[in-house]
Write a protein that binds this ligand. Structure first.
Ligand code: AHR
Length: 493
């Protein structure tokens, strides 16, 4: 059976720019996220450039990753940057107390991260240590990275980098309500004011100060942070993970029922409400929307794959994750006036990863393919699209079956993104369009035989984009037949 949805798209009433930073990522010192995943070291048998895996770097370059957030997460509030500079064989070996209790060689430090960001063409978003570091340590790190002159700049040059790096964003700690120090909001806001004071960068450069944001629907956190520190920050985070079960039993990444699937979708759609409500609080203190909302951690969080270290957060990634990614991106696009950065957790081998690696092998996940299909939305102009969707329901979970977003790319092309959540029924979507003189439509689709389909090592890609021919445009109406469980990106020409 096929269900029917109708929509209007007003290309003549453009909205805000969808900041490319909405498509950013997060890479933490966690499991095989950095070591093994991005960095194998220059001596590795795995093909690499100065220690970075060639396969992973090429895949990330192809995605046009706007920003990478580093070094955490929880790791950031225990990280001492001085341990990660200088001769690699002299760096102290520490214990990653938060993630698995394994050793941290410090081989990947500030130079390695900044070099990596440049290699993939991304901007840096570095999170400082508020948890167990001092304001002086943080200030010196910022000076080390950004200053053209002085003792710290000389030390940086001696370590191989004469030119200061660009530091577009700096995080004032991470999850200060939890692993970042278990603080109460008033105290965290005071520390944000204090630490933020000492984030100083050279004349003519700008580093956005991003405050540690709320845990999902902790609206009081945003209220207090905005009230007490809103005038001293340029952005504030929000963290929200899609956990199908509860934190004790989150559920398997690959072995799930249709009811688990419907619950996952219902939970992920909460992102819209969270952004709306945190945004309303921000509007109270910042009606001009100067302060960015940065959803700087989001994505699915399942039980780890069997027989893997529970502290490594390694999980597979299926067609379900692709749909979760597309739904969230559509939500972010609709809130582009306030949401100006998001960082999916995480880049490689951790949580809802773009890429999985095993020794010398690499797999691109369904989530990777969604980000790749949405590249044309980076810095595109949002176009209002109103959709009347039928419902998809399974047991007590009822959600709209179709999600859509539209934008005019920097290349002038109008793009329409459509997702059919329903795993069983196709959807016929008819979009009445004003303000586009297009006569043709081309497209790509990501779908699979089952919602649990995934790409695995050595087994070929079960989920990858293909050409899509199910769309026509005539007389100002776009007609699309969306197969069940699919993500489609259309270019109107
Ligand atoms: O992304 C994994 C962890 O989730 C991060 O380190 C932390 O900030 C969050 O709780």
């Amino acid at each position: 059976t096929t269900v029917t949805a109708t929509a209007t798209l007003k290309a003549d009433a453009p909205g805000p720019v969808i900041d490319r930073r909405i498509f950013s990522q997060f890479a933490e010192h966690l499991g095989y996220g950095i070591y093994g995943g991005l960095w194998v070291g220059p001596g590795s048998k795995i093909p690499n450039t100065r220690g970075y895996r060639n396969d992973v770097v090429a895949a990330l370059r192809a995605l046009k990753v706007p920003v990478v957030r580093w070094p955490g997460g929880c790791f950031a509030d225990e990280y001492h940057w001085r341990e990660g500079i200088g001769a690699r064989n002299k760096r102290p070996v520490k214990i990653n107390t938060h993630w698995g209790g394994v050793t941290e060689s410090n081989a990947f430090g500030t130079h390695e991260f900044m070099d990596f960001a440049e290699l993939i063409g991304a901007e840096a978003y570095v999170s400082g240590n508020v948890g167990n570091g001092t304001p002086a340590e943080m200030a010196e790190w910022v000076e080390y990275m950004t200053s053209p002159a002085g003792t710290l700049a000389d030390e940086r040059a001696k370590n191989g980098r004469k030119q200061p790096w660009k530091l577009p964003m700096f995080g004032i700690g991470n999850e200060l309500w939890g692993c970042g120090g278990n603080m109460k909001p008033d105290y965290a806001a005071d520390l944000t004011r204090r630490y933020g004071t000492f984030i100083k960068v050279p004349e003519g450069t700008k580093t956005l100060r991003i405050a540690s944001g709320a845990n999902s629907d902790d609206y009081n956190w945003t209220e207090v942070m905005m009230r007490e520190a809103g005038d001293r920050i340029d952005g504030i985070g929000v963290h929200y993970y899609t956990v199908p079960g509860d934190w004790g039993r989150k559920g398997s990444a690959t072995q799930f029922t249709e009811e688990d699937y419907a619950r996952t979708i219902s939970k992920t759609l909460k992102m819209d409400e969270l952004i709306t409500k945190h945004g309303a609080i921000m509007d109270k203190y910042d009606p001009k929307k100067r302060v960015n909302m940065a959803v700087d951690e989001w994505g699915t969080w399942y039980d780890v794959e069997p027989n893997t270290n529970p502290g490594f957060l390694y999980q597979q990634n299926t067609m379900r994750d692709a749909i979760v990614a597309a739904l969230n991106i559509n939500i972010f696009a609709r809130h582009a006036d306030r949401v100006r950065m998001t960082n999916i957790a995480q880049m490689v081998n951790v949580l809802q990863a773009m890429i999985l690696t095993r020794e010398g092998q690499m797999v691109l996940t369904p989530t990777y393919h969604v980000f790749e299909m949405y590249k044309g939305f980076q810095d595109a102009t949002y176009l209002p699209l109103e959709l009347k969707s039928p419902w998809y329901n399974k047991e007590q979970w009822t959600v709209p079956s179709v999600s859509a977003a539209a934008a005019r790319g920097t290349d002038g092309v109008v793009r329409v993104a459509l997702t059919n959540v329903d795993p069983n029924r196709a959807a016929s979507v008819s979009v009445a369009i004003t303000g586009v003189a297009a006569t043709g439509v081309t497209g790509r689709i990501l779908t699979a035989a089952t919602i649990g389909a995934h790409n695995d090592f050595g087994s070929g890609d079960a989920v990858k984009p293909a050409a899509f021919t199910g769309a026509q445009i005539a007389g100002g109406t776009l007609t699309v037949t969306l197969p069940a469980k699919s993500v489609v990106m259309l270019d109107l020409r």
